[in-house]
Design a protein around this ligand. Structure first.
Ligand SMILES: [Zn+2]
Length: 298
């Protein structure tokens, strides 16, 4: 049904955008979030004049928070609506939603293996590795950036910290799609949270991102046969940096990527982490505006 001609499209867009702003203002656990989401859904189905803007509001920030074994099903559902296809017309999403997505969050979790007695494998970790290696996720990541559009923030969390996920166990296809994504000129924020290990120091190099949060990452090889000297992690020039782990970064006053840092957050500081944090703070003395330092323990 066409909308009354009394309202120009610009005004209709503004009405719908107000709902989107309200949606983002509240946490997903808040009832107000649900109410605004429902309102946007209704708009998307009420009129073609409201459809485009409502879909944008609904999909601009996308969360997949799921037990790892459920993740493939969630990824399969998402990939069908990302780009226009036969499937998108069935599901009522006419244009595909990939170009609406600005922020994409994946949080995988499973049952911790701690306290489960003697075991050889961690099922929670195995499910998460399987989910990350799932072909469809590779396809999703590649659809989230093109020359014309791209997400600005990507967040990946392994939410069950019983066992580390080694980057070496993730498929070359996943690793490549992850690299391609963070090399996209649109990417500004990256969060990699949870116990990931063996991440190559060059993983972040060449990215245009300005904000990086890496918690509990082990960027050093656990392969005892490798030489003890590990080259520093290559970071892009950052505006904000949050970490709880100590690893080697270039801290030279002339070449360090941290000399323009405006925001620094160091969490869970242990003695070996302290001196490096102190050096970073000195390095960025002239630019830092916001510093948080949390010490480990009581
Ligand atoms: Zn485990």
């Amino acid at each position: 049904m066409p909308f009354p001609a009394a309202f120009p499209q610009e005004l209709l867009d503004r009405f719908v955008d107000c709902l989107s702003v309200e949606l983002r203002r509240f946490k997903r656990t808040n009832t107000a979030h649900e109410v605004n989401k429902r309102a946007l859904l209704n708009c998307s189905q009420a009129s073609s004049a409201l459809y485009y803007r409502a879909t944008r509001g609904l999909f601009s920030r996308l969360f997949i928070k799921t037990p790892s074994q459920e993740a493939p099903r969630r990824f399969s559902a998402l990939v069908k609506i990302l780009t226009p296809s036969l499937a998108t017309s069935y599901t009522g999403v006419r244009l595909g939603v990939a170009h609406h997505i600005v922020e994409f969050y994946i949080l995988l979790y499973g049952r911790s293996c701690l306290g489960a007695g003697v075991h050889d494998t961690c099922l929670a970790k195995e499910d998460a590795v399987k989910a990350l290696n799932y072909d469809t996720l590779v396809s999703i990541l590649s659809k989230l950036h093109t020359a014309e559009y791209g997400i600005t923030k990507f967040s990946l969390t392994w939410g069950t910290p019983c066992c580390q996920i080694s980057w070496a166990n993730l498929s070359p296809q996943f690793q490549q799609s992850f690299r391609d994504l963070i090399l996209s000129p649109y990417i500004n924020y990256l969060e990699l949270l949870g116990e990931f290990s063996n991440i190559p120091g060059s993983t972040f190099s060449g990215s245009k991102m300005r904000h990086l949060q890496i918690n509990s990452l082990n960027l050093e090889s656990d392969n005892q046969a490798e030489p003890a000297v590990i080259p520093p992690v290559e970071l892009p020039n950052l505006e904000s940096f949050c970490t709880n782990y100590s690893f080697d970064i270039d801290l030279s006053p002339t070449t360090s990527p941290l000399t323009e840092l405006k925001k620094m957050k160091a969490i869970n500081i242990a003695p070996d982490h302290l001196s490096r944090t102190e050096r970073i703070l000195r390095l960025a003395t002239n630019s830092l505006q916001d510093v948080t330092v949390q010490f480990h323990g009581k």
